[in-house]
Ligand binder design. Structure first.
Ligand code: PMT
Length: 220
């Protein structure tokens, strides 16, 4: 039995990658499996929350009791997240593409004779997390993830301040056993004036521990 630390609260969680289409058969994506976000959704339900899970394309079953909204692109994820508000807590565990092709070709792109290179023009996507944090319909707690390959604390604290977040969960990616795809992860949580280290464990257990911290920060 989990302690019902989030009883009665509405929690919106994003998970998985986004796919940015280039043409009808190709896309730009990333290695997120959705496991971390899905573990958080399952754990939040166990702690008594009402959970909306906005999910990019993944191969995972919907956790019991979770309301799941499937999306493909960053733009679709943004709409679905904004539609799911108001909420008490937002957790951005998705690996949202920072860039999307300027144009989606209506037909399959063909090889061009006589040239060995292809240049793609990409434009920035909107930052969903920053937008949620700026909602006037204020949430009680906005939690971002930071996936970094280096200088983890510097970039994580930067996101905390720049995006005006309450909590940033930093995980190192690009190492074995953790981050993208793996069933395990390690993280350090940063908030203004504090931090907490979560040593490597299963994403299921880490999710429980992170939600306990989130419940604590809610009452801080
Ligand atoms: O899905 P798994 O395989 O289990 O892997 C888990 C994970 C490594 C993907 C996850 O733990 C994680 O770190 N998720 C965030 C990945 C990421 O995109 O980090 P970022 O540092 O690029 O983005 C920072 C934050 O801004 C994230 O909360 C992200 O959701 C958010 N963001 C980013 C861009 C954008 N356009 N909109 C956003 O909301």
């Amino acid at each position: 039995e989990s302690p019902q630390e989030l009883k009665g609260l509405r929690v919106v969680i994003s998970a998985g990658p986004t796919y940015e289409d280039l043409d009808p058969v190709r896309y730009v994506g990333n290695r997120s499996s959705g496991k971390m976000g899905y573990a958080l959704a399952a754990a939040a339900v166990r702690q008594g929350a009402q959970v909306v899970l906005v999910s990019g394309p993944v191969h995972l079953a919907t956790p019991a009791g979770v309301q799941r909204v499937d999306v493909r692109s960053a733009a679709q994820m943004r709409s679905a997240v904004l539609d799911a508000l108001p909420a008490d807590i937002y957790i951005g565990a998705a690996a949202v593409s920072d860039y999307t092709p300027r144009q989606v070709a209506p037909q399959k792109l063909k090889k061009t004779a006589g040239t060995q290179t292809l240049t793609l023009e990409l434009v920035r996507t909107q930052d969903i997390l920053a937008e949620v944090a700026q909602q006037t319909n204020a949430l009680k707690l906005v939690v971002g993830f930071a996936a970094e390959t280096h200088d983890v604390e510097k970039y994580a604290r930067g996101k905390l301040v720049d995006k005006r977040l309450d909590l940033v969960i930093a995980n190192q990616v690009g190492i074995t056993n953790g981050g993208f795809e793996s069933d395990e992860n390690a993280a350090t949580a940063y908030w203004q004036g504090g931090e907490q280290v979560f040593p490597g464990t299963t994403k299921a257990l880490l999710a429980e521990q992170l939600l306990s911290l989130i419940a604590q920060r809610l009452h801080a």
